[in-house]
Ligand binder design. Structure first.
Ligand SMILES: NC(=O)c1ccc[n+]([C@@H]2O[C@H](COP(=O)([O-])OP(=O)(O)OC[C@H]3O[C@@H](n4cnc5c(N)ncnc54)[C@H](O)[C@@H]3O)[C@@H](O)[C@H]2O)c1
Length: 441
């Protein structure tokens, strides 16, 4: 089966590689010629565990290729997936669909036989219809369908998520399109993956509803953590206590510095905007967006507390810059708000991230930030150590060594990795989320 994918980012590259691994002939298309050149040279543009070897294997076995030219790329494709970015539009927070529409126009110019065009990008309800209209207007004679197939993979575990998904959602009503998409996902039938066929609009909304629900769970436990600090309760126990209830479930109940990444912030905002457009109430998600934004702005308060309100002139080590571990993605990461605030307060920063350093350096151009390529050297002579992202290598630090390196043994742990009692016992001033110090005196 011949498939093409427009957009070779986190979603396009992973989806294309996994579909090639399933045995399909995949052409990945991107208008970023440097990215395509690198891929053809075996250089992978993103960090995603397991991706590099899988891309190389499928290049060698000639099931995947990378091109910039769309008309060559989509030739003979039975399905064309659109996997371009849909960032927040700066002026109003709506999803910016310009990349999707541009791809649709380019497709329209080149289609010459029946094809299913599949929106894999996260797009607001009604976008599939708009894509259909764009293509129809430009190319009246060709037969085609437009389907929605939202992607649920998570950065950091993207390959497993694509190959063993909880479900596949396909929004389309044409039997011809259904047949082709069933064939694309046939390898998953063996794993008994639920494949949910819906109306196109329903599939579009499922993606936003899923992300907004998960963002709500995170925000809920973050707000409960704040309350725990005020009433002297332990949020870790609250998470376990409620998560063991099968109706609630344990996942996404870890408090932290607020959600970030390329999906939750923009998707919650876009859903709110869609609700406004349709004069529909979505106050819960509106609150989630506000609460999370505020949380990211307030993260500095915990570090202020650890400095006894004397941040000016302090050297702060930040471990973890990406929005979560196992990715180099900096989009909407809490570090993007925290670090400038610390600099404004007169701090200098020593920063380390296992995979995100290069992306972070592109975002921050400030001489007051020193970059390190290893965990411990980033701590030398710092006043406060901050764990912002829970990479595995930060989970079992050698605290004897850490204590020797830091100027003062102070740790602000935004991910609640460590046990407050044990940290106290080994002589650290330890600050975490929703676990007030008096519980561990
Ligand atoms: N990143 C995730 O974890 C994730 C998960 C699920 C869904 N999504 C959704 O998938 C979509 C893609 O996200 P991403 O993170 O992969 O984006 P990305 O920014 O990493 O990649 C998008 C790619 O599309 C390319 N592109 C843009 N316009 C093009 C065009 N006209 N022709 C060819 N290439 C073009 C860009 O050069 C870029 O390489 C978004 O809608 C996002 O919300 C992302």
């Amino acid at each position: 089966m011949n498939i093409s994918i427009i957009g070779t980012g986190y979603v396009g590259l992973v989806s294309g590689t996994c579909l090639a691994e399933f045995g399909m002939n995949v052409t990945c298309i991107d208008n970023n010629s440097e990215k395509i050149k690198n891929l053809n040279d075996g250089i992978i543009p993103i960090y995603e565990p397991g991706l590099e070897s899988l891309v190389k294997k499928n290049i060698n076995e000639e099931r995947i290729k990378f091109v910039t030219n769309l008309s060559d790329g989509i030739k003979n494709s039975e399905a064309i997936f659109i996997a371009v970015g849909t960032p927040s539009r700066i002026k109003d927070g709506h999803a910016d669909l310009s990349f999707v529409f541009k791809a649709a126009e380019e497709i329209a110019n080149c289609l010459n036989g029946y094809t299913v065009i599949v929106n894999k990008s996260t797009v607001p309800v009604g976008t599939g219809k708009k894509v259909f209209d764009i293509i129809k207007k430009k190319n009246k004679s060709v037969e085609f369908d437009v389907a929605s197939n939202p992607e649920f993979l998570r950065e950091g575990s993207a390959i497993n998520d694509f190959m063993r998904p909880d479900r596949v959602v396909i929004g389309c009503e044409s039997l011809r399109a259904k047949k082709i998409l069933s064939e694309v996902y046939r390898p998953l039938y063996l794993l008994e993956t639920p494949i949910l066929f819906t109306k196109r609009e329903t599939a579009e909304l499922i993606k936003y509803a899923a992300n907004s629900f998960l963002a709500t769970k995170i925000t809920f436990i973050n707000e409960i953590a704040d309350l725990c600090e005020k009433v002297g309760a332990n949020v870790s126990d609250v998470s376990i206590g409620i998560g063991l209830d099968g109706r609630i479930g344990k996942k996404f109940l870890h408090p932290g510095p607020g959600y970030g990444g390329s999906c939750f912030p923009k998707d919650t905002l876009a859903l709110v905007k869609t609700a406004h457009d349709y004069n529909s109430q979505l106050g819960l998600v509106e609150h989630v967006v506000r609460s999370n934004d505020l949380r990211k702005k307030n993260n500095i308060n915990l570090i202020k507390k650890a400095s006894v309100n004397k941040l000016n002139g302090k050297k702060i080590t930040i471990l973890g810059l990406t929005f979560k571990p196992n990715t180099d993605d900096m989009r909407d990461s809490p570090s993007l708000i925290l670090i400038p605030k610390l600099l404004d307060e007169g701090c200098s920063i020593s920063a380390y991230d296992p995979e995100g350093l290069e992306s972070a350096k592109k975002v921050f151009d400030d001489k007051r930030i020193s970059w390190f390529d290893e965990t411990y050297s980033a701590m030398v002579d710092s006043d406060i150590l901050v764990i912002l992202t829970e990479w595995n290598q930060f989970r079992a630090l050698d605290f004897k060594k850490v204590k020797r390196l830091l100027k003062t043994p102070t740790l602000v742990d935004f991910r609640n990795i460590y046990n407050p009692k044990e940290m106290k016992e080994i002589g650290f001033n330890y600050f975490s989320i929703g676990r007030p110090e008096e519980l561990f005196l």
